[in-house]
Unconditional design. Structure first.
Length: 156
């Protein structure tokens, strides 16, 4: 299997698990994957269309202030044109919690260093690379249990 195929497989497997978790956490509001896809896309579009970025709010405040005091300079016209032409995506969209900020992340890396070279270490490495912030605690617990229990094989 080529590197691209393995990466694609890991990504699809990871996303599949996250979709299953999201459906389970929806408490019956989402019944299946097709409904999940529809609702996720709708939510994402609503989020982008209805939330304003900090820059957009500041530029609108400048325009409101300029309108109140009667300022009509070229810069004010440029700001107005800029806001009309550009749809800004909020900074919050890209400010998700990264796995390396999780409290257990450094302990997980220390555990990784404790493993001998081999299949387990390779598997732990790919698991860490694919992990989200929410996964780190579970991964640390699972791999700590596997490391300190004797004779137990990794099933991932």
């Amino acid at each position: 299997m080529s590197k691209d195929n393995r990466l694609s497989f890991r990504i699809s497997q990871h996303l599949s698990a996250r979709v299953d978790r999201a459906i389970d956490r929806s408490a019956g509001q989402i019944r299946d994957r097709s409904e999940f896809g529809t609702k996720a896309t709708k939510f994402y579009l609503d989020y982008i269309e209805n939330i304003k970025s900090e820059d957009e709010v500041m530029l609108e405040a400048i325009l409101a202030l300029a309108g109140k005091i009667g300022e009509r300079s070229a810069e004010i016209s440029d700001i107005k044109t800029y806001l009309e032409e550009k749809t800004m995506i909020p900074n919050l969209l890209s400010s998700y919690k990264e796995p390396n900020t999780h409290p257990d992340f450094s302990r997980l890396l220390n555990l990784y260093e404790m493993y001998d070279e081999g299949e387990d270490k390779k598997l732990l490495s790919s698991t860490i690379q694919d992990a989200t912030y929410d996964d780190i605690g579970e991964i640390y617990k699972e791999w700590t249990d596997l490391y300190f229990s004797s004779g137990k094989k990794v099933l991932n």
